[in-house]
Design a protein around this ligand. Structure first.
Ligand code: AMP
Length: 228
């Protein structure tokens, strides 16, 4: 399939803006796979691969891993058969180097910014619990699992991510301001940027993202509507 036919939707936002929560239901609605850069990096670390050993210290410090390494992972994922029609990306690109590099191997058709304030981020992050196996996110108050500490979807034990502490989140917010805000300008120039309000129920935010895609002048609105 020619690259021009692949729909690549990226969700951009501060830590805990809801990217990880929204990516999977969005991908389901659009009938394409979702790809989380953070999860791919954590899997490399968990599996103790040579690349994983290089990533570990960056994640522990809340810093971005070098873009050439992250691009290797994305390229590998894009080559899989299920990604030929399109993918939903969570956590990539996070800086302009990554955005530019991605345009050499693919094309972002929709960059959706999920807007939340830094105050909201701090409140969300302390209660966030994550499934290390299927990557689902929960919140002990806003979105609790049915059984405390257990993932609704796969039954694994939920964890409080080691980078979800106030100190590391401050660093991740700084990285968002310094590295990711310029990415928004990059996609605005390419006319691919859409901004939606990230405060609301999971379903409300999901619907806002779909509306932003349907109302876009890019190709996915046609097959997205067919897939409900
Ligand atoms: P996330 O799961 O998206 O919150 O990402 C967790 C951490 O993984 C970040 O704080 C970074 O250290 C790293 N990371 C995630 N996405 C990227 C990326 N696109 N480029 C470089 N590092 C990343």
């Amino acid at each position: 399939m020619k690259e021009s036919h692949r729909e690549v939707i990226t969700l951009i936002g501060k830590p805990a803006s809801g990217k990880g929560t929204q990516a999977e239901p969005l991908a389901k609605s659009l009938n394409i796979p979702f790809v989380s850069m953070g999860k791919m990096l954590r899997d490399e670390i968990k599996n103790k691969t040579a690349m994983g050993r290089k990533f570990a210290s960056y994640l522990a410090a809340g810093q971005l891993v070098p873009y050439k390494l992250s691009l290797v992972l994305i390229k590998r994922r894009l080559a899989k058969p299920d990604a030929q029609k399109g993918i939903v990306l969570d956590g990539f690109p996070r800086d302009v180097d990554q955005a530019r590099a991605f345009e050499t191997i693919g094309h972002i058709t929709h960059a959706i910014v999920i807007s939340v304030t830094e105050k909201e981020v701090m409140e969300r992050i302390t209660g966030r619990r994550c499934c290390p196996v299927c990557n689902r996110n929960f919140h002990i108050k806003i979105n609790p699992p049915k059984k405390p500490g257990i993932c609704d979807a796969c039954g694994s034990h939920l964890v409080h991510r080691s980078d979800d502490t106030a100190a590391v989140v401050k660093e991740r917010l700084k990285s968002y301001r310094d590295d990711t805000i310029p990415v928004l300008h990059f996609y605005r120039r390419l006319r691919a940027l859409r901004r939606i309000d990230g405060v609301g129920t999971i379903e409300e935010v999901h619907q806002r993202i779909l509306d932003a895609i349907y109302n876009s002048d890019k190709g996915i609105n046609r097959h997205a509507q067919r897939n409900g």
